[in-house]
Write a protein that binds this ligand. Structure first.
Ligand code: APR
Length: 243
C-alpha cells in the first residue's frame, strides 16, 4: 500500500545553516518591523528600504558558509528512499522558507509557499526570473526589458501564499504530516495540522520536530524537541526503518 508524507518546514530548519529565524530573541522581527519591509504597503511607501532588506538577506544566503545542514539532507534522503520503497509513495515538502537550501540538499518535490528570495517578479509582464544580485528601482526585467518594475518574488503579509490548492489536496491525503522548525504563528501554515486532523485520513499521524514546543504543539500526536540537525535525521531514519 502506498504511503504519503507531507512535510512543512520553517525558519528553524535553516538556523544551523547560519540563517536567522523570525521570532526567536535574535530573530529578524526583533531587529526590523515587518510592517516596514514585508507588506505591499511598505513596498509602495518605500521601495528602496524593502529592496535593501531583501538585498541584505539575498547576500547572506549566497555567502559560502551558508550550506544545507543534516536536517535538509535527511529530508532529501527521505524523498529518494521513500520513493524507492514503493512506486506510489510520495514525499511532498512544503516550505515557508524563501532560501534554496532544500533544493541544494537535493529535494525536488518541493513547494515554496512564501516564494523565493532568488527570484524576481516583474510587475509589468508578471514573469518570474532567477535573480542573484542586488535589486533596485532601476533593475530591468530579463523577460520584457522593462525598467523599474521588479520585486522580489516572496509572499508578503496580506498576500496569498502560493500553491494552496495542491497543498490542501496533499494534506487531505497524507499518512504522515511533519512540521519542522516553525513557531506556528503564521497562517495558513499554522493551520495545516488541524486540517490533517479534522479533514485528513483518520489514521494520519502528525509529528512536530522543533527546538521547543510551538504554539500548536498540543495538536500533534507526537512532538520531538531539539535542534533540527539532530532530531530530523534521527526521525527520518526511524520512518525509513518502518517502511
Ligand atoms: N532546530 C529546530 N528548530 C529551531 C531551531 C533549530 N536549530 N532554532 C530555532 N528553532 C525554532 C524556534 O524555536 C521557532 O519555534 O524554529 C521556529 C522558528 O519560528 P519563526 O521564527 O516564527 O519562523 P517561521 O515559523 O518559519 O515563520 C513563519 O513568518 O514572518 C514570517 O514569512 C515568514 O515564513 C515566515 C513565517
Amino acid at each position: 500500500m502506498s504511503k504519503s508524507v507531507v512535510i512543512l518546514t520553517g525558519a528553524g530548519i535553516s538556523k544551523e545553516s547560519g540563517l536567522d529565524t523570525f521570532r526567536d530573541a535574535d530573530g529578524i522581527w526583533a531587529k526590523v518591523r515587518l510592517e516596514d519591509v514585508a507588506t505591499p504597503e511598505a513596498f509602495e511607501r518605500d521601495p528602496d528600504r524593502v529592496h535593501a532588506f531583501y538585498n541584505h538577506r539575498r547576500a547572506g544566503l549566497l555567502e559560502a558558509s551558508v550550506q544545507p545542514n543534516p536536517a535538509h539532507e535527511a529530508l532529501a534522503r527521505l524523498e529518494m528512499r521513500w520513493r524507492d520503497a514503493g512506486p506510489e509513495n510520495q514525499v511532498l515538502l512544503v516550505t515557508q522558507n524563501i532560501d534554496d537550501l532544500h533544493e541544494r540538499a537535493g529535494s525536488s518535490n518541493l513547494l515554496h509557499m512564501h516564494g523565493e528570495l532568488l527570484k524576481a517578479r516583474c510587475l509589468s509582464c508578471n514573469a518570474v526570473s532567477d535573480w542573484r544580485s542586488d535589486m533596485s528601482r532601476q533593475s530591468i526585467c530579463p523577460a520584457c526589458g522593462d525598467a523599474g518594475g521588479l520585486r522580489v518574488d516572496v509572499v508578503w503579509f496580506g498576500e496569498m501564499p502560493y500553491h494552496m490548492e495542491r497543498i490542501y489536496a496533499a494534506l487531505g491525503d497524507c499518512d504522515y504530516f511533519l512540521s519542522i522548525g516553525t513557531s506556528g504563528n503564521v497562517y495558513p501554515a499554522a493551520g495545516f495540522v488541524e486540517q490533517v486532523r479534522r479533514h485528513g485520513r483518520p489514521t494520519a499521524q502528525t509529528i512536530e520536530l522543533n527546538l521547543e514546543p510551538s504554539e500548536g504543539a498540543s495538536l500533534f500526536h507526537h512532538c520531538l524537541h531539539g535542534p533540527a540537525s539532530e532530531v530530523v535525521p534521527a526521525y527520518v531514519e526511524s520512518l525509513l526503518d518502518g517502511t
